[in-house]
Design a protein around this ligand. Structure first.
Ligand SMILES: [Zn+2]
Length: 75
């Protein structure tokens, strides 16, 4: 089970007259999962897939890419 404690899951965007809820995925954020540091991103990530996070505020789709380096090394 993956536990995420992102207070940023409850994001909102200004629509020129009011704030409305939106997902980080709709804003273009892509989470990169793997053992890479932020300054050395994965060179062979997967295609972006949707991971759905649930919490008391609702359902939050997140775009994620997974490291595929270990599969490249086995070929
Ligand atoms: Zn990688």
């Amino acid at each position: 089970m993956l536990s995420l404690t992102f207070p940023i899951l409850n994001t909102q965007v200004w629509t020129s007259s009011f704030f409305t809820r939106c997902s980080l995925q709709s804003l273009g954020l892509v989470l990169h999962l793997g053992g890479h540091s932020p300054d050395q991103p994965c060179l062979v990530p997967s295609q972006a897939e949707t991971l759905v996070a649930l919490d008391v505020t609702g359902i939050h789709p997140l775009a994620v890419k997974v490291c595929h380096c270990h599969q490249t090394l086995l070929l």
